[in-house]
Design a protein around this ligand. Structure first.
Ligand SMILES: [Zn+2]
Ligand SMILES: [Zn+2]
Length: 190
């Protein structure tokens, strides 16, 4: 069973890491807490991604208890029943909204803007959302950050391909960052 990280430092400034979207990082951390059971959440249904995360990574007694409840709920199931909303997805949506608001506020601070400009990244989803919420004069910066990140990713991917041709897996971590850049953190609803 995968070890679930239970220590975390919530907040945009703590989540800044070169090459990673800070909002995705905080969402990943939040999901780990949901799966570890350290973040309270009433569960009435789970989507494909969150059910499998629970099966693979949650403490076994917690996962078993929750699956008993969910399986019990299917007692009167009929094929025509609509799918229920995933409880984790609903919580992740709320968390994303709160972190986006925090990012918008943090972006007003010059040191954060400067750091993001030189080293930071946003995934395309969060760049788009941030662009929608920022005042006009800051939107260009989001585009600059995204253009730089994209170019860096392309370089790293090209260099990984060159390494792989000689059987060397150096730099394979860029694959996860490319997935994040293109589609944001796993488990997000579109
Ligand atoms: Zn993101
Ligand atoms: Zn879900």
């Amino acid at each position: 069973m995968k070890t679930v990280k239970t220590t975390f430092s919530e907040g945009i400034p703590q989540a800044l890491a070169k090459g990673h979207c800070p909002i995705c990082a905080l969402i990943a951390e939040f999901q780990e807490r949901l799966i570890a059971g350290t973040q309270s959440c009433e569960i009435s249904a789970l989507c494909n991604y969150h059910a499998w995360s629970m099966a693979k990574a949650a403490p076994a007694d917690m996962a078993a208890r929750i699956f008993v409840q969910l399986v019990d709920r299917t007692r009167d199931w009929r094929p025509s029943d609509p799918d229920m909303e995933c409880s984790f997805c609903e919580r992740v949506d709320e968390h994303e909204l709160a972190r986006m608001e925090e990012m918008t506020e943090q972006f007003e601070r010059a040191p954060i803007r400067e750091w993001m400009k030189l080293q930071g990244s946003f995934c395309l989803r969060h760049a788009r959302k941030l662009n929608d919420s920022l005042p006009e004069d800051l939107r260009d910066l989001v585009v600059q950050i995204t253009v730089r990140s994209r170019a860096e990713l392309k370089d790293e991917l090209t260099s990984l391909l060159a390494h792989l041709r000689s059987g060397d897996r150096t730099g394979w971590g860029v694959l996860g960052r490319a997935a994040e850049f293109l589609t944001s953190q796993r488990g997000m609803r579109r």
